[in-house]
Design a protein around this ligand. Structure first.
Ligand SMILES: [Fe+2]
Length: 465
């Protein structure tokens, strides 16, 4: 990934950031994401449709079986009435008729057959029961029948229920039986085995419906993809231009305040590079690092509001002048909070003069009450001040600079962050403290690509300096 980004950076000077982002950045990433999401949505919708079709078809099967069984039971009821059989006194005759009912059930190939039937009087007492004794799964059927009887002992059940045994669906059915005056005299409970033909018909209907649904969803996806893709292309162009404008604005404002403060762009670049290196060392979230980059660039933007007399004064500031100078923090906050894109810079801009033990300004915050980005930046800013040549001071050596930094451990600086910074300070110093503008610029382009282009925003784990 590092080599890939480096090659991109090398061409950045020629083509500019926006064209680079356009050619290598966000679009392939977004199109891959779009295709992936559409396919995922198509698969999920197809699966949901499959489940719905499966449930509907099984309900349809239940209804079909119920209707066929109701016909058979109705004929049985007519036969009982025709023969004038009474449940109390002619149980053997009723049992014989039940046996006939089971035989009659075999003549319904489109639905299945009754494999068990029993009659209960209105008090819930079993009057007669009969099995299909030649059934290949007679043991299973008897177990099911036993379960029904136990449930009926507790309370009557009228719902239809399915039970799948060794791939064969059995349906429990319940119908009322009537006397010749039309009054309910008893009820019949049965277990119905769904026929192979009925099962095949259901399977075939499910397969047809699901493949039709999948084909519809896929076709819709194929038709929609180019439409959405074109819209995303238009949106991406606008977004890329916006990102480029925002980053350029960041550079211009940072550069403007550097010139106002008799400083150079290189200070802004270095403090940003050092801050990002420390943030990556402590594995800060990329979203937070975005705010850190903006804040590092614009940390002293509020100095625009400080008079030349104070800002340019060569000697020491009076107490009154120092108080006026402190206002640059509030001026900075006022400026960055006017832009939504810059508003996450406020953690650095508003708190970069706070000190860990509470001796800073403007609020005198202590410890973790100071935003982490401000605690990071405070270390980077002082490190760069010590290791740079300024009009009023010479460049200090790395050892001397680190010694001075360490004196502020726990007072000026967050001790944990300072310890982490000391671990990476040597390579940072060697690479950037005396780095040319070109070296600093290329590193800045690397950072901007990494954190502000869609493709690399959160994808690169490289933390080398
Ligand atoms: Fe400042």
């Amino acid at each position: 990934m590092l080599e890939k980004i480096s090659s991109l950076i090398n061409s950045c000077d020629k083509h500019g950031l926006a064209s680079l982002l356009r050619s290598k950045g966000a679009r392939p990433f977004i199109h891959r994401q779009l295709a992936l999401r559409l396919i995922t949505a198509a698969v999920i919708i197809s699966l949901l449709l499959a489940v719905v079709v499966f449930v509907l078809e099984y309900r349809r099967l239940g209804k079909q079986v119920n209707n066929r069984a109701a016909e058979v039971v109705s004929n049985f009821n007519d036969q009982i009435q025709r023969l004038g059989l009474t449940l109390e006194y002619q149980q053997e005759e009723v049992r014989q008729e039940l046996k006939m009912l089971l035989i009659a059930g075999k003549s319904i190939p489109a639905a299945g057959k009754l494999v068990y039937a029993s009659i209960y009087n209105l008090e819930g007492m079993q009057v007669a029961a009969e099995f299909d004794s030649k059934h290949s799964q007679i043991v299973t059927v008897k177990e099911l029948a036993k379960a029904i009887e136990e449930r009926l002992r507790n309370k009557p059940i009228s719902e239809q229920s399915f039970k799948q045994i060794k791939g064969t669906p059995f349906i429990r059915l319940s119908f009322p039986l009537y006397d010749s005056f039309g009054n309910q005299s008893s009820s019949i409970e049965g277990i119905f085995e769904v026929s192979e033909r009925a099962r095949q018909e259901v399977t075939s209907r499910i397969a047809r419906s699901v493949s039709g649904a999948i084909a519809t969803v896929l076709l819709t996806t194929i038709i929609l993809y180019p439409v959405i893709s074109r819209l995303i292309n238009q949106l991406t162009v606008l977004t890329e231009n916006l990102v480029e404008s925002n980053v350029e604005t960041l550079r211009v404002i940072g550069s403007a305040i550097a010139k106002r403060d008799s400083d150079t762009d290189s200070h802004n670049y270095r403090v940003t590079i050092y801050s990002v290196a420390l943030a990556e060392k402590i594995e800060l979230k990329p979203k937070i690092i975005q705010g850190l980059i903006k804040g590092a660039f614009l940390h002293d933007v509020g100095k625009i509001g400080i008079s030349d007399q104070i800002l340019m004064k060569p000697g020491k500031l009076s107490e009154e002048e120092y108080e006026a100078m402190k206002l640059h923090v509030q001026h900075g906050v006022d400026i960055v909070t006017q832009s939504e894109w810059l508003s996450d810079a406020v953690d650095v801009v508003g708190y970069h003069h706070e000190q860990f033990a509470g001796g800073g300004y403007p609020a005198g915050l202590k410890g973790n009450a100071i935003p982490v980005n401000a605690r990071i930046f405070a270390i980077s800013d002082v490190f760069d001040a010590l290791t740079s040549k300024r009009p009023y001071k010479e460049q200090l050596t790395l050892d001397t600079s680190l010694e001075i930094l360490s004196q502020g451990r726990g007072t000026h600086f967050d001790p944990v962050l300072l310890d982490s910074f000391l671990e990476i300070s040597t390579p940072l110093y060697e690479q950037f403290a005396n780095g040319t503008n070109q070296v600093l610029f290329k590193r800045m382009e690397f950072i901007i690509l990494k954190y502000f282009s869609k493709e690399y925003r959160y994808g690169d784990d490289d933390q080398s300096v």
